[in-house]
Design a protein around this ligand. Structure first.
Ligand code: SAM
Length: 304
């Protein structure tokens, strides 16, 4: 019950797909469609909206915010790929990684592809976007989503990221990696309490997820030209978040954390305050975690 009411009160977010339109055009279209534009939000309270009101988000420039029950599934802007239905927090990883147009990028665990399409928009469809997923069905859904979003710079592969060879010539120019691996999903407020009565089993599941997440992170850092890797989960547990990042930094002294968005209201747990967290209470979104790792200058690639 508690969980259901939380999701009923969460604002609805959409990300404007700049491969197809601009924020200004999307706002104009929505105004003509009966929505009432309240301008740019400047405080968290501005995201509490009624009925047909909407605002531009205060942290993410391409995100529009609507009242909790707004449904876009049948809306023209969604069907035409002009907007992507994506929670605000899940727009952070691609936004923070910010790969320039022309760069080579890996989306390691990509399906159903909301973050992939966000990366492509930031890259203006220029460069190469290698996207992997283990699940063929989710990858098929992803193809449809990317087609609708007008993404053309991607190369999809139904492949285990842990088996992708970092030394393959194909990936020799990869400088950016987005890693959003499978997690407990404990931050998704719409998933009604999914912890079982068996606490031992839950702990075992978390331990196994955390070890998978750490392996993915370590693997990502092995790409020879890597500059930056963004790690994210929709989990609220430090075991899948700060603990994974801490272990990874210990094992990879050539990398450090980049301090993220000074204005963001919720930080990673001490001492990893460079990282961001998100929650219904502090950021009015689902629960989320993001860390950005970058190679020390001087460390790593000897060819530069
Ligand atoms: N980034 C996606 C998005 O924004 O739409 C969501 C990714 S979801 C949290 C995690 C994905 O990782 C799942 O689709 C799952 O099939 C995939 N996955 C799990 N293990 C994997 C592996 N070893 N290699 C590649 N993908 C994997």
């Amino acid at each position: 019950e508690v969980q259901r009411s939380a999701v009923d009160h969460l604002p609805r977010y959409v990300r404007v797909n700049t491969l197809k339109t601009t924020v200004e055009d999307a706002v104009d279209y929505l105004k003509r469609d009966g929505f009432s534009y309240q301008g740019q939000a400047s405080r968290l309270e501005d995201l509490t909206l009624k009925e047909k009101d909407f605002v531009r988000d205060l942290h993410l420039p391409e995100v529009l915010v609507f009242s909790p029950k707004t449904d876009f599934h049948d809306h023209f802007l969604y069907k035409a790929g002009h907007v992507i239905l994506q929670d605000k927090a899940s727009c952070l990883p691609a936004y923070l990684l910010n790969p320039p147009p022309g760069s080579h990028v890996i989306d390691a665990c990509a399906a159903p592809g909301n973050k992939t399409s966000h990366l492509a928009a930031i890259m203006k469809n220029k460069g190469k976007l290698f996207a992997f997923d283990l699940d063929a069905k989710r990858l098929a859904t992803m193809s449809t989503l990317l087609l609708r979003a007008g993404v053309t710079c991607q190369q999809l592969a139904n492949q285990d990221f842990l088996k992708v060879d970092p030394d393959s010539l194909q990936y020799k120019d990869v400088e950016y990696i987005l890693l959003d691996p499978s997690c407990s999903g404990s931050g998704m407020v719409c998933l009604l309490d999914n912890s079982s009565a068996d606490q031992e089993k839950d702990q075992a599941r978390l331990t196994s997820l955390a070890s998978f997440q750490l392996r993915c992170l370590n693997h990502g850092l092995r790409f020879p030209c890597l500059k930056r890797l963004v790690y994210s989960t929709c989990s609220i547990y430090s075991q899948e978040n700060e603990e994974v990042v801490k272990a990874c930094l210990q094992q990879n002294p050539g990398f450090r954390l980049v301090p993220l968005l000074a204005k963001w209201p919720e930080r990673g747990l001490e001492p990893l305050t460079q990282c961001l967290r998100a929650s219904t209470s502090k950021t009015r979104s689902h629960g989320f975690f993001v860390a950005l790792l970058e190679k020390h200058s001087g460390a790593g690639n000897m060819n530069q």
